[in-house]
Structures are given as C-alpha cells and as structure tokens.
Write a protein that binds this ligand. Sequence first.
Ligand SMILES: Cc1cc2nc3c(=O)[nH]c(=O)nc-3n(C[C@H](O)[C@H](O)[C@H](O)COP(=O)(O)OP(=O)(O)OC[C@H]3O[C@@H](n4cnc5c(N)ncnc54)[C@H](O)[C@@H]3O)c2cc1C
Length: 467
Amino acid sequence: MSVRAAAEAAFEFTMPVVVIGAGACGLTAALAAREAGAEVLVLERDPTPSGSTSLSAGLIPAAGTRLQAEKGIADDPALFAADLAAKAKGRNDPAIVQAVAEASGPAIDWLMERHGLELHLVEGFTYPGHSRLRMHGPKSQTGADIEAMLLAAADRAGIDVMTGASAEELFAAPDGRVTAVAIRRPDGAREVIGCETLVLACNGFGGNADLVRRHIPEMADAEYCGHASNTGDALAWGQALGAEAADLGSYQGHGSVPRPHSAPLTWAVITLGGFQVNRDGHRFANEMRGYSEHAEEVLRQPGRIAFDIYDARCEAAALGFHDYREFKRLGAIKEADSVADLARVTGLPEAALAATMAEVEACAAGRATDPLGRDFRAAPPLAPPFRAARITGALFHTQGGLAVDGEARVLRPDGSPLPNLFAGGGAARGLSGPAAWGYLSGNGLLSAVVLGRLAGVSAARLVAPAA
Ligand SMILES: Cc1cc2nc3c(=O)[nH]c(=O)nc-3n(C[C@H](O)[C@H](O)[C@H](O)COP(=O)(O)OP(=O)(O)OC[C@H]3O[C@@H](n4cnc5c(N)ncnc54)[C@H](O)[C@@H]3O)c2cc1C
C-alpha cells in the first residue's frame, strides 16, 4: 500500500472524484459528491460490495431528525455532542464531535427524503450513554439492508461502482496532492486511474492482525467480526502522505457475541434488566458502562466466555433484530422456567446462579446496592420464563485512523489539510477517543454516514461540475 511519485503514473483518464470503498462511507460520499455536480467513481475490492456495513445492525444515531420530531422526541446536536463527549470522557476531538453531531440529523433526513432509504426510529430501549431515542435503521435492523439501499440509491444517481477493483497504490505530487490510483483486477491485471480528488472510505485495520497486535494488544487474540477486507490501507496511504494518525488504540468491541456466530446479541437485553455472569455464576463488571469495553471484561473471565441472563420481557426488544431471530432459530438462546432449569440448560452452578439472581433482584427492588456500581432500579426484576446465551467478547472495528477536520479533509500533524484527500468512516479517526470505553453505540455508522457525506461535499467543491 505504497505511495509513488506522480511522475511515475501513466493513465488514460481522470475522474474528478474517486472513492475507495463501497461501504456506508464510500456510498454516502459518492451520493453527496454526485449531487453536488461531480462525476464520481467508486472502487471496491470485493466482487459484491458489502463491507462491515453489511455485518452491522444498521443502526445510525442522529439528533434532530424528522422521525424524532414525529415521535415528539426533543433532541438536538448539542445534547448529542454532550453524550458523545461524556462517553469518551472528553478525549475525542471536540471539533469533529460538534461537526458530526450537527450534520447527523440532516444526513439521515437527506438519505430518507432524497435517496429513498427506508429507515425507522428504534423505540423501546436506549443504549448506554444515549440520553434520547436516536437510533435510526431499517425495519429489519440489519446493515445488509442499509448497504442494499445505498447501492440502489447510487445506481439511481448514475454512480459507477467498479467492483473487483482493489486499490493497491497511490501516486502523489511532492505537496501531497494525489493524482492517481493503481488498482488490481481479479484476473491480475493492473490499471491506473487518474483522480482530481480522493476519498478514503476503506475502513480501518481490524482485518490486519499485525496492526491489531501493535495498536490494540488487548484484542490481538479476540475474534474479529468485521469485514476481512479492512486491512488498514487508508492508514498506510495517509501516513505515507504525511497525514496524522490518531487514537489508534481505539476500537468498537462487543461483549455479547454468541459463539460460533459472529454477530452481536443486542445489548438491549442488558439495558432492559439483563446481566452477565461468568461460568462460575458470578457477575464481574457493571454492564451499563457499554458493550464495547465489556468485550475485554468478558475475555478476562475463565474460558474467555460469559452468559447473558435475561427474561422474555427483555427478549421482546431483541426480537426486532434479524440477528437475534437467527440466534433463536439456530438454538443459541436457551429458555428456562425456573432458576434451577436455567442452571441446567446453561451448565452454570445452580447455587451461585441463584445467589447472583437474588442479589440482582434485591438491587432492582432498591433493597441493596450493586457492589459493581450498576443501578438496576430502572427496569423491573427479571421473572420467568428466563433466557440465556453463552457469549464471548470480540473486536468489531477499529476507531482510530486519519485525523480529519469538520469537512472530512485529512490533516497533517500541524493541522494543515492535505490538498485533495478526504476520509470518513473507519478510515478516519473516530468519535470515541483513545480507547474502547469511549465508543458510544452507533459511532461506527455515524462516522461512516456523516463524515462520508461531508467528504463527498468537500471533494466535489474542489472539482469542476459534471457537464
Ligand atoms: C458485527 C458488527 C456490528 C456492527 N453494528 C453496528 C451498528 O449497529 N451501528 C454502528 O454504528 N456501527 C456498527 N458496526 C460498525 C460499522 O459496521 C462500521 O463502523 C461501518 O460499517 C464502517 O463503514 P465504512 O464504510 O467505513 O466501512 P465498510 O462498510 O467496511 O466498507 C469499506 C469497504 O472498503 C473496501 N476496501 C477496503 N480496502 C480496499 C482497497 N484497498 N481497495 C478497494 N476497496 C477496499 C472493503 O472491501 C469494504 O467494502 C458494526 C460492526 C460489526 C462488525
């Protein structure tokens, strides 16, 4: 993933805007650039675009949307920005937090109204750290539908998405201006395409075991559930061009992944009153801090596993998720009518499990205080029939990346922008600060969609409008 001198590139045509990666970020950037009048080419390594976007639950947080207004939910960018800053303990970039929070609501409204994405507001539960209902997603609550809707929108907008086009090399002038991209085709052929501007939308380095071991050693042996193709190419190119890379130790983990599946069992079952025990039947951390940092907590437990314990009431919200319905169909969710039965179906020690459940019930009833610091009073105590799932912790995607400004321009360490390079989604520094504990639910797609749109607008601004 090198960068060579511009003079070494020979190419037959130049595109005003080239986007590398056809996930949520790349497609949103392409839609925005096209709408602003630029001709766009999207390069995608896979034969069929999917990305981590398709593996996700497809939930995008946004403040001040039409859907929120229709439900009477009072939310605004300032409140959202405060939630983002609080989760990351103020260690995310305030300028990006502000810019993304402000642009989030308009981005969702734009995708729905202008590009026909069918989204709904997720109701019934909030994720830790979000002070309002602000998750927007397809009815199925699967990212595959977001990806499909974005691809359909790109097609309607006349955007070329070249698949089987793995970007290998960039060419740049001495001042850092990118002039061309070399791609490798599935038959081994190499082509060079000129570009006036370049948007890096090829996600982070979760699929690059060496980089994960170097920057996120605590997750080096964890399963990576994201898209294998996300091998850190944007980071390598950006750094070679002199860009700053920031927060490389930051990531989205998930502390509730039923094995051998690779998707999350929604944290909704936890926020609605469920909890986790290790295989000895003991709780081990305050689950309400967030599912991202909980991945590491679970991996520290004996056997690197734990169990989600909840009930049919909690499950009602989970049934809205396609992945959860699949887990049920495949037998990953155990059902039990009593604590003894729950111990039997999970293999957990009955006495320890019963003691933990009694402690949690006392906390929920206000008769005891949780020694791990969780306030259980917000939800009713669990009641039969119970549910349980054996889970582990996993790495979903990296949150560190190329430093960008509020226009998604890639920045050098001195804060100056590179001449024509933009980044969003997992390619850019995220909104989570330096570590997994800063990840507020939805920060992944938020950065993809909102920075993607900003990148597309900014790139188009630099080029002549299409004829
Ligand atoms: C299981 C799971 C669940 C998740 N759930 C959520 C959720 O509900 N909400 C949320 O906000 N986030 C969620 N995330 C995170 C979210 O999926 C990502 O943050 C988001 O999809 C990133 O979008 P992107 O466009 O940057 O990357 P991607 O969607 O991964 O797209 C990048 C594309 O670039 C292509 N590419 C890479 N390198 C090259 C190259 N050299 N040349 C050409 N193409 C290249 C890849 O093939 C890929 O198609 C989840 C992640 C996982 C794994």
